[in-house]
Ligand binder design. Structure first.
Ligand code: FPP
Length: 252
C-alpha cells in the first residue's frame, strides 16, 4: 500500500469513520449510464477510501452498503446490488488479505441469499485474525433493527433470569448492539448532498462528528477524504462538557 497520500496523520485521527456512500445513481445519470454503472464505480471508491483510512491510521471503517429500506428499490437494482456485493467480496478477498484487513458484516443476514451468506462467512473467517484496519460493511442493516435485536437479547436474558431489569444500564444495553466491541464512530461522512442519518448507526452516532459533502460517492477520493479529516481535526469534541473543561483536560 502506498503511503503519505493523506498528510493528516495525528494522534487525534478518528479511530472509527462511518460513511453513507450516496450518489452512485446520480453519478451514472450524469454520464447517461444505468444506475448500476455508478454502483460499480462505487466499489472502486470503497477501495480508495479503505486505503486512505489505513494510511491515515484509522482503525475502523464502517460502510453503509445496503439498508433495510433499500429493498424498496426496483427489484432489478436490488438484485444487481446483491450480485455486486457478492462478486466484490470474492474478487477483492485477496486484496483484503494482502492489506491485512479484518472484514465484518453487520445487519440482518436472514434477508440475504444463501450464496451471499456463505461468501460473507468465508471472507469473515479468512480475515478474522488480520491485525490491520477493521472494515465493517452494513448490509441489510438498519439502526432501528440493531436496537430492536439488542432489546430482544436483553429481554431473553431477563426472562431467563440471567439478569434483572434493574441491571439494564446504557452500557449493559449497548453491549448487545452490533459492533459493541469496536470504538463508536468519531466521524460520520455522508456524500451525495443529503444531510440525514437514514437509519444508519442510530445509537452509536450519539457523540459522532458529522460531515456532509455534495461530492457523489464515486468521486469521493483520497483528497476529498483528507478534507473531511482536516475538518474533523478542527472540531472541538466536548462530550457534554464545557469548552474550559475540555481545554484543562487536554492540558493534563
Ligand atoms: C447509494 O447511492 C448507494 C447504495 C445504496 C449502494 C452502495 C454500494 C456500493 C458503493 C457498492 C458495494 C459496496 C461494497 C462495500 C462492496 P444511490 O443509489 O442512492 O445514489 P443516488 O442517490 O444518486 O440515486
Amino acid at each position: 500500500m502506498d503511503s503519505g497520500q493523506v498528510e493528516v496523520r495525528s494522534s487525534k485521527i478518528p479511530r472509527h469513520v462511518a460513511i453513507i456512500m450516496d450518489g452512485n445513481g446520480r453519478w451514472a445519470k450524469q454520464r447517461n449510464r444505468p444506475r448500476f454503472y455508478g454502483h460499480r464505480a462505487g466499489v472502486e471508491a470503497v477501495e480508495e477510501i479503505l486505503q486512505a483510512c489505513t494510511n491515515a491510521g484509522v482503525q475502523v471503517l464502517t460502510l453503509f452498503a445496503f439498508s433495510s429500506e433499500n429493498w424498496h428499490r426496483p427489484s432489478q437494482e436490488v438484485q444487481l446490488l446483491m450480485d455486486l456485493f457478492k462478486s466484490a467480496l470474492s474478487s477483492r478477498l485477496d486484496r483484503l488479505q494482502e492489506w491485512n484487513v479484518r472484514l465484518r458484516i453487520i445487519g440482518d443476514r436472514n434477508g440475504l441469499s444463501e450464496e451471499l451468506r456463505s461468501e460473507i462467512a468465508k471472507a469473515e473467517a479468512l480475515t478474522a485474525t488480520n491485525k490491520g484496519i477493521t472494515l465493517v460493511v452494513a448490509a441489510n442493516y438498519g439502526g432501528r433493527w440493531d436496537i430492536t435485536q439488542a432489546a430482544k437479547q436483553v429481554a431473553v436474558k431477563v426472562e431467563n433470569k440471567q439478569m434483572t431489569s434493574d441491571s439494564i444500564t446504557p452500557e449493559v444495553f449497548a453491549a448487545h448492539l452490533s459492533i459493541a466491541d469496536l470504538p463508536e464512530p468519531d466521524l460520520f461522512i455522508r456524500t451525495g448532498g443529503e444531510q440525514r442519518v437514514s437509519n444508519f448507526l442510530l445509537w452509536q452516532l450519539a457523540y459522532t462528528e458529522f460531515y456532509f459533502t455534495d461530492i457523489l460517492w464515486p468521486d469521493f477520493d483520497k483528497t476529498a477524504f483528507a478534507v473531511a479529516i482536516e475538518t474533523f481535526l478542527q472540531r472541538e469534541r466536548r462530550f457534554g462538557r464545557t469548552s474550559d473543561q475540555v481545554e484543562s483536560f487536554h492540558r493534563v
